[in-house]
Design a binder for this molecule. Structure first.
Ligand code: ARG
Ligand code: ZN
Length: 885
């Protein structure tokens, strides 16, 4: 095995064993130099009373470390006392308790994987989750080993005036040769994946927050020099998050200082290291002229997410990495709740549901399908997925629905009370809720163990003579890798019944099961627990129209035979605004899929009038808020349609989607134009202004889809006159995704303005990489040569290669296979420098089996070629080998 290469073995959840040793205290000295870093560590080790087996040796994790010295209880350890293996340091015959001192040398400057200690520009920073700490020093790198840390950092004072660590500051001072030091003490025991350090020269925004018990907390945000005018929104978001967690969950911050550092080179969004969060610049920097409203929302949500981890993740952490959803599903749920409270709850909810229905459903029906608590993995980094995160959040949301807000809060209180300071499992979490509410949640736990998306078939019957309405729900869940048969899930199924006037009928239902209580009200959560179950509603005076799965109360696929007219009626009348959107999506998706069929059959594609009439009514409905109207008018994209069909005929879907968009735009040109003129030009940062921008820009996008020359002019004018990035970028996007004669001019103007703003240039790359144009691949190839592109920078890779492969179906799936070839080559390159990112990129091929035979063969060829490549990382190996199976 090559140095630093880690084996491709599978780890199993069932094989969990407590650690043989614990580490109570860690004392570190980190010396940073231009050519390398030296890490002195002193670990206080003792036998774990929970470990029952014999202990002949202690295996510490360590990768790409150069051991300089080793001592046990301050005595240099002779060669016979230890063994250096490829990824381990083995101590022979360890005592019951002892201190271990090691000194290792590492090379952060050469660390392109961005795991462990690395350099981003001129700054040192770290990323230790999941298993990066072993690239800094020898350690028991597992989350159930929790320690109190004292860390001293030393570096050149001029180049690195800021030396930051976890916890509270504990001293600083000068050193000879222009160096200086700072010491940090973190009093709260933590797993090593929450370790962080930063050294660099930053601009700093400071503020403070007083917690509910009166404790002052210093708030600090560190950014690249010159970016101070892009930090205000992040700081506001921190304070809102701190206050919200006190109000909604009674959770208070626990250190004297909370720090956020923004770095440009980061594999993910951000990281919740104790008291020292490290963020991708994308989720910190924002001002009116650099960030869109969506970017603002992203900053607020991710800042909140990382802050909320302080309780859900840090104070109570995961026993092992299979339990990742314990902290991620829960924390995503909390950040979603927070965002719903900060803005429009319906709009936030439907944006979150879109992610489930596109990315998560796709993952759940493919080769990488896994339960939110996986049973096995080769490379843990491959399991930071939309399933663990977003479906995990849906599972928590169902628990919230079943227990009610108060019951859920009781469960959370019990969870913190019981497990503060511990590393626990998903079962522990559910048990705390079961105990606090005296509920049996055994069946509910299947959501943690079974993968796949349940399908619910709904049929109904109205018995006029007895004024009785019966809903019959059947659930089944398709097989997923390693799981043929599934047991029925416990599904909270929220419904309402509409009368002829569109009002909710009073519900009066009693299930045949004795243990269900009757529910009276205008909305009901039906507890579906068996493969087939009937729900009977009495005293229903007319045949109702059911409004099903309101708010997407469970992550399932719903089948019910609505007519077009019924969907249009729901869109116009449902008291559930969420279900109005859902009805619009269903109606338009159906029409698009029909058009795709017509295209395949060589017939003329058609757009039924009922669709344009329904959309015209939305444009005209001034009762609805603007942001929601914008969402109602946004037509489903290919990613959404793909999940509705068995076999994907990509050419037909692309043709149908383009046809329907254009036809809608032509038919509604005048009302769209009127609406655009009426609401455009809002400049404030408040929700109402953002809602106006959303509606105006949705109209503008559709106007441009009509290919009308006047629409191109409107977009061009907005591009130049815009007072916000939201408006400017919407205009750019509309033009860049069109065949407008001034398209290239628009793109050139935009680069000219923003060539020095890295995050804005990312948008510019993405808008071209996702353009539904025949020339997309050539453009992407050209853009790789652009001076702002950098294959070592994850944001750039995401902006160009990921955007093209994951969000440009027409380009990536070109019939000649050139898109596949291009991406596979990039995967092979990235496999060397940044395997984690390479694995994300290669997942574009995961769903190869769902395309036509020719494309299947072309994709399979690339996957097989990758498998034979030498030096394939475990990351890429796992994704590719599972795909070709
Ligand atoms: N825990 C981080 C979060 O807030 C994600 C870190 C994942 N990093 C990784 N290399 N897998 O979601
Ligand atoms: Zn997280």
């Amino acid at each position: 095995m090559a140095k630093g290469e880690v084996s491709k073995t599978t780890k199993y959840r069932e094989q969990y064993q407590p650690s043989s040793y614990l580490i109570d205290r860690v004392d570190m000295l980190v010396e940073l130099f231009e050519s390398h870093a030296e890490i002195h560590s002193c670990l206080a080790l003792r036998r774990n009373p929970l470990f029952t087996g014999a202990v002949e040796e202690l295996r510490l994790d360590g990768e790409e470390l150069e051991l300089k010295s080793i001592a046990v209880n301050d005595q240099a350890l002779p060669l016979s006392g230890y063994e250096l293996q490829d990824a381990h340091l083995v101590i022979r015959q360890p005592a019951e308790s002892f201190t271990l001192k090691t000194v290792v040398q590492i090379k952060p400057q050469d660390n392109t994987r961005l795991e462990g200690l690395y350099k981003s520009g001129s700054k040192f920073c770290t990323q230790c989750e999941a298993e990066g700490f072993r690239r800094i020093t020898y350690f028991l790198d597992r989350p159930d080993v929790m320690s109190v840390y004292d860390v001293t950092i030393r570096a050149d004072k001029n180049a690195y005036p800021a030396l930051l660590g976890n916890g509270n500051p504990a001293g600083s001072g000068e050193l000879p040769e222009g160096r200086h030091w700072a010491r940090w003490h973190d009093p709260i025991p933590k797993p090593c994946y929450l370790f962080a350090l930063v050294a660099g020269d930053f601009d700093l925004l400071e503020d403070s927050f007083t917690t509910m018990s009166g404790h002052p907390v210093a708030l600090k945000i560190y950014v690249d020099k010159g970016k101070l005018d892009q930090c205000a929104h992040a700081m506001r978001s921190v304070k809102k998050a701190m206050q919200w967690d006190e109000e909604v969950y009674g959770r208070e911050y626990d250190l004297d200082i909370y720090q956020i550092v923004a770095v440009s080179d980061f594999n993910m969004g951000a990281m919740e290291n104790k008291g020292l969060n490290i963020f991708n610049t994308k989720y910190v920097l924002a001002n009116e002229m650099t960030a869109t409203d969506a970017d603002y929302d992203g900053v607020e949500a991710v800042i909140a997410h990382e802050y909320f981890h302080n309780w859900t993740g840090n104070r109570v952490t995961c026993r092992d990495w299979f339990q990742l959803s314990l902290k991620e599903g829960l924390t995503v749920f909390r950040d979603q709740q927070f965002s719903m409270d900060m803005g429009s709850p319906t709009v936030k909810r439907l944006d979150d549901v879109r992610v489930i229905r596109t990315a998560q459903f796709s993952e759940d029906s493919g080769p990488m399908a896994h339960p939110i608590r996986p049973d096995s993995y080769v490379e843990m980094n491959n399991f930071y997925t939309v399933t663990v995160y977003n479906k995990g959040a849906e599972v928590i949301r169902m628990l919230h629905t079943l227990l009610g807000a108060d019951g859920f809060r009781k469960g959370m209180d019990r969870y913190f009370e019981r497990h503060d300071g511990q590393a626990v499992t998903c079962d522990d979490f559910v048990q705390a809720h079961a105990d606090a509410n005296q509920r049996d949640l055994e069946q509910f736990k299947r959501w943690y163990s079974q993968a796949g998306t349940p399908v619910i078939n709904v049929s109904d019957h109205y018995d006029a003579a007895n004024q009785r309405y019966t809903l019959t729900l059947k659930q089944h869940c398709p097989a997923t890798p390693g799981q043929k048969e599934k047991q029925p899930f416990f599904i909270p199924f929220k419904i309402g019944l509409l009368d002829k006037a569109g009002n909710d009928l009073p519900l009066n239902w009693q299930s045949k099961d004795a243990d269900d209580q009757a529910i009276y009200g205008r909305e009901a959560v039906l507890p579906l627990q068996r493969a087939e179950q009937q729900f009977v509603f009495e005293h229903i005076g007319e045949k109702p129209l059911p409004s099903l799965l309101r708010d997407f109360s469970a992550p399932v696929k719903l089948r019910y035979d609505y007519s077009d007219e019924q969907l249009a009626f729901l869109l116009a009348n449902d008291s559930s605004l969420f279900n109005r959107w859902d009805a619009a999506q269903q109606l338009v998706s159906r029409v698009m899929l029909n058009a795709a069929e017509q295209f395949r059959a060589g017939e003329e594609m058609r757009l039924p009038a009922i669709v344009t009439e329904a959309l015209a009514a939305v444009l005209d409905n001034h009762q609805l808020d603007n942001a929601l109207r914008a969402r109602l008018l946004q037509l489903p994209d290919i990613g959404y349609l793909q999940e509705l069909v068995e076999k994907i005929d990509i050419d037909a879907l692309v043709a149908a989607q383009q046809f329907i968009k254009r036809r809608v735009a032509e038919t509604l040109y005048q009302p769209l134009r009127d609406c655009f003129q009426r609401v455009r030009g809002a400049t404030g940062l408040d929700g109402d202004s953002a809602g106006r921008r959303a509606l105006a820009n949705t109209c503008l996008g559709l106007l441009v889809d009509s290919t009308d020359a006047e629409a191109y002019q409107l977009a061009h004018a907005q591009l130049h006159e815009a007072k916000t990035m939201t408006d400017r970028f919407a205009a750019l996007r509309a033009l860049a995704h069109s065949a407008a004669p001034n398209r290239q001019q628009a793109l050139d103007d935009f680069t000219h303005w923003y060539v020095d703003e890295a995050l804005v240039m990312d948008k510019w790359f993405t808008v071209q990489a996702t353009a539904p144009l025949a020339s997309a691949l050539q453009e992407v190839q050209k853009l790789e040569q652009h001076s702002a592109f950098d294959a070592k920078n994850p944001n750039k890779v995401r902006a160009l290669w990921m955007a093209f492969s994951h969000a440009n179906p027409a380009g990536f799936h070109r019939a000649d296979g050139a898109g596949y070839q291009f991406i596979a080559e990039r995967v092979a390159r990235l496999n060397q420098s940044n395997p984690q990112l390479a694995a994300r990129l290669v997942s574009a091929f995961n769903r190869w089996k769902r395309y036509d035979d020719d494309r299947q063969q072309l994709m399979l060829k690339e996957l097989k070629a990758l498998l034979t490549q030498s030096g394939l990382s475990p990351d890429v190996f796992e994704i590719v080998s599972k795909s070709v199976e």
